[in-house]
Design a protein around this ligand. Structure first.
Ligand code: BG6
Length: 281
């Protein structure tokens, strides 16, 4: 059981969490509180692009970006600023499971972009075949604020063309590649035949286990009811400098969050959202 600091790349310090029997590990950066790697028995379960860019202010393609306080485009930079800020290491624990807290507070730069005082804690807890990621948002302001948020998880898959995402049958979704039309999922599983970018509203609340090929299960807290399913497909991937045509078949994003409408947190109040990711096979 250990938490070890290391330098992932120059200027990008990280932490490596290792579970007692050494069979599971997680690597995360202070930059973005960004989980880059999760291995169980030496098998990598998260996708990180070989073209990912590691530069201050830029988002990293792969792993688990933390989207906060804005999902998608809007007045703030795409997907908010939490993923491009450097967090501080807080409490670590190596009794039982291994866990670490990372913290982020408002600063001059965030106040210019988003005029609210906040304190975020991202807690990561690694178990033998699973991990839990929890985001706590404290409002340290004298007025309420609103946000949307998401754990933007990139999972490795053998081939996107044979990948199936289960657990969203009968759920209403917004189809971003079909002009934002609202549709209902009629299939037992989602398959990928081209660019796919959908927001399943309350997808995590329909009682069906959310899984990728019955191999990986994703369990969201009731405060993170929406599920985004995204793969850029061949053409779009080709045009994305940090993805490339060779990478689109290797991953699927299944992202749980609160994005269909905003979370409102009053002064001195807090909110928590979490995901648990389990390796089933
Ligand atoms: C998904 C969105 O969550 O993130 C997509 O639904 C978006 O529309 C994708 O393309 C990647 O976003 P980014 O900012 O990391 O390129």
């Amino acid at each position: 059981m250990s938490v070890v600091e290391f330098e992932y790349k120059s200027g990008f310090p990280g932490l490596r969490l290792t579970h007692s029997n050494g069979d599971a590990s997680i690597e995360l950066l202070l930059y973005g509180a960004h989980v880059l790697s999760w291995t169980v028995q030496n098998k990598q379960l998260l996708f990180l692009s070989d073209r990912a860019v590691f530069e201050q202010g830029k988002a990293i393609r792969g792993g688990v970006p933390v989207v906060w306080p804005q999902f998608g485009p809007g007045p703030l930079p795409q997907h908010g600023f939490a993923r491009v800020k450097t967090w501080r290491v807080g409490k670590t624990n190596i009794d039982g499971d291994v866990s670490v807290d990372l913290n982020l507070e408002h600063d001059e730069e965030t106040l210019k972009l988003w005029p609210h005082k906040f304190h975020l804690t991202m807690t990561l807890r690694l178990s033998e075949k699973s991990f839990v990621q929890e985001l706590t948002v404290n409002n340290e302001d004298s007025e309420a604020f609103e946000f949307t948020t998401l754990f933007h998880t990139y999972f490795t898959v053998d081939d996107i063309k044979t990948t199936k995402v289960f657990g969203l049958n009968n759920v209403t979704y917004l189809d971003k590649v079909d002009g934002g039309k609202t549709k209902t999922e009629t299939n037992q599983s989602i398959e990928f035949t081209g660019e796919t970018d959908r927001v399943y509203k309350d997808g995590g609340k329909n009682g069906n286990p959310l899984s990728i090929d019955g191999r990986i299960q994703i369990i969201a807290s009731s405060t993170m009811p929406d599920v985004v399913v995204w793969n850029p497909g061949q053409e779009k991937a080709k045009g994305m400098a940090d993805v490339g045509e060779h990478n689109f078949p290797k991953y699927v994003c299944v992202e749980v969050g609160h994005v269909s409408d905003a979370v409102k947190v009053g002064p001195n109040q807090s909110w928590k959202g979490a995901q648990e990711i389990k390796l089933l096979q």
